[in-house]
Design a protein around this ligand. Sequence first.
Ligand SMILES: *[C@@H]1O[C@H](CO)[C@@H](O)[C@H](O)[C@H]1NC(C)=O
Ligand SMILES: *[C@@H]1O[C@H](CO)[C@@H](O)[C@H](O)[C@H]1NC(C)=O
Ligand SMILES: *[C@@H]1O[C@H](CO)[C@@H](O)[C@H](O)[C@H]1NC(C)=O
Ligand SMILES: *[C@@H]1O[C@H](CO)[C@@H](O)[C@H](O)[C@H]1NC(C)=O
Ligand SMILES: *[C@@H]1O[C@H](CO)[C@@H](O)[C@H](O)[C@H]1NC(C)=O
Ligand SMILES: *[C@@H]1O[C@H](CO)[C@@H](O)[C@H](O)[C@H]1NC(C)=O
Ligand SMILES: [Cu+2]
Length: 641
Amino acid sequence: MATTTRGPVTMRLCFFSAAALFLLCFLLPAAVAEERFYEFVVQETLVKRLCNTQKIITVNGQFPGPTIEVYDGDTVAIRAVNMARYNVTLHWHGLRQLRNGWADGPEFVTQCPIRPGGSYTYRFAIQGQEGTLWWHAHSSWLRATVHGALLIRPRPGVPYPFPKPHSEFPVILAEWWRRDPIAVLRQSMITGAPPNVSDAILINGQPGDFLECSAQETSIIPVAAGETTLLRIINAAMNTELFVSLAGHKMTVVAADAMYTKPFETTVVLLGPGQTTDVLVTAHAAPGRYYLAARAYASAQGVPFDNTTATAIFQYKGGAGCPTTAAGAGAAGAVAGAGVGAGAAGGAGAVAGAGAGASTFNGPTGAGANTFNGPLGRSKYSGGNPGRAGPAPMLPYLPAYNDTNTATAFSNSIRSPAPVKVPGPVTQEVFTTVGFGLFNCRPGPFCQGPNNTRFGASMNNVSFQLPNTVSLLQAHYHHIPGVFTDDFPPMPPVFFDFTSQNVPRALWQPVKGTKLYRVKYGAVVQIVFQDTGIFAAEEHPMHIHGYHFYVLATGFGNYDPVRDAHKFNLVDPPSRNTIGVPVGGWAVVRFVADNPGVWLVHCHIDAHLTGGLGMALLVEDGEAELEATMAPPLDLPLCVL
Ligand SMILES: *[C@@H]1O[C@H](CO)[C@@H](O)[C@H](O)[C@H]1NC(C)=O
Ligand SMILES: *[C@@H]1O[C@H](CO)[C@@H](O)[C@H](O)[C@H]1NC(C)=O
Ligand SMILES: *[C@@H]1O[C@H](CO)[C@@H](O)[C@H](O)[C@H]1NC(C)=O
Ligand SMILES: *[C@@H]1O[C@H](CO)[C@@H](O)[C@H](O)[C@H]1NC(C)=O
Ligand SMILES: *[C@@H]1O[C@H](CO)[C@@H](O)[C@H](O)[C@H]1NC(C)=O
Ligand SMILES: *[C@@H]1O[C@H](CO)[C@@H](O)[C@H](O)[C@H]1NC(C)=O
Ligand SMILES: [Cu+2]
């Protein structure tokens, strides 16, 4: 699957490893930067979930897909071979891709798709980044099943800035439909209604003990008493922000979006789609089994969502009748199976006490509505597994689906570890709304959205349309006219009470367009994202390709430049690649435009992106040679043969 093509002595074993080999890798001698080669075959694969056998699209037959493990400073080549029946592209979420948009991947933004039977080699360098990122398809809705972890270890010789964990596991959150997700998208494109919500949330590919036909396969995270485990949590879900809690243990957040943070303890983590969070957990509880659970943070009122709860089991090795051998390591580091023996810990009755204890995040609001705080007992589905006799694992506290207070408290706790130099003064500023819109249409089969409309979304009233003959980056690089315009409005065309629940109907219909915003190389760019109450306010996880940005402030209501500038954190703001714009609120981000090219800015909820919640930045070349977009690779896919 992966081999080292260049570089001397150190053919690293880590390549084939799941987390179990992690320690071994640490012990290997430091090596110079290497080129790492992977082959990703995109193919149809049969899998069974929720009692049904379905065909899904995977990479190399794996779900979640293979973990990429590299070191800062490495160069990486990933040959993508499309053996599936859909067009596909791959994106390396959070990688800077300096001057190298050609490897970024969003379909029709930086490349034409790899068509069935075709291939394309993504070549890029890891430059000054370390931590937990991920990769995913960036074409249609393929990313539902085409995704995996991308782990960047510190440059050899550079220490990990926290106590070194004894073990580590990716925790990849995703969404499952009983149907082909492409069919779900297609139906929505035809009818104009929002796409159906998913049928289950997954942790490392499995919904866990509370969903039908699933308990046998529940993901297991084996830990040893007293040891510290690094959980690299990735929200790869299509449309759902997720709360994650672990019974009986506190989690210490140490990184978000592959940037270290000031450590803080929490009992619940919130991630929007696209975001990653590293937490350290020390196994200091009574040896036993504890649920790691994930379920929705659904910020929009009255909008349907997947309300299932996914579980994995955090399982102590050895003690209390558990076998000492770890289960076999899966490709994504998710160790499944071998859940044997009886945990010694108290049953579910102990849960509320353990989870809801002293946490700042456990407000009384959440506890009321939480199914999991009662003595829930064993799942009706897990009883059938003979290997799983004994007390049910402990369940954690989870906030209510609409617990915005907990979501806000968590997001506001994320800070850079030390004071940073925030760029300024701002030389280019964009104030943009992010929100829904409804297109009027003639009542009929293609007009099945709310009140006989077609559902959509926009930024500054422009509902983003992709070209289909050439990518935006190619059009920019080769000066091909007629593909896009560069007049994305830096201000809303109309100022209104953005977050009102009663925005006048006359404002609800956006305009379709392929509008880019031109940025001078080296500009200090500030973007204010402002949610709207059109149709419904909702938290939007906004992602900027090719950049990390400082999050200076977030708030509720309408952004006021005079009042809210005082709230900017110019000391230790977090640096992220995806920021949740609070429901009915705003977020201010800032960065230096040091990466020329065309970079997609979009909501990472695919149902919203599909509706048009995106735009692109056209960052011009600078003066110097190393300030210009590189030449495109020779195998860049063409749109037309
Ligand atoms: C979407 O949900 C509706 C209502 O449950 C169902 O009839 C339809 O078949 C679903 N469509 C897809 C593509 O799953
Ligand atoms: C989840 O939603 C379904 C369908 O709306 C509903 O029947 C069920 O009661 C909900 N379950 C929970 C735990 O809220
Ligand atoms: C959350 O939902 C509950 C039950 O649906 C409701 O009573 C409560 O008012 C909601 N809270 C917020 C903040 O919307
Ligand atoms: C749909 O129309 C009804 C009746 O006019 C109205 O009460 C409701 O608010 C409308 N809903 C939306 C989403 O526009
Ligand atoms: C968006 O543009 C359309 C067409 O000009 C207009 O009718 C609508 O009011 C605008 N809405 C907003 C929020 O600017
Ligand atoms: C696949 O991509 C080509 C452009 O390369 C496009 O013409 C075609 O319509 C796409 N097919 C689908 C199913 O989107
Ligand atoms: Cu969104």
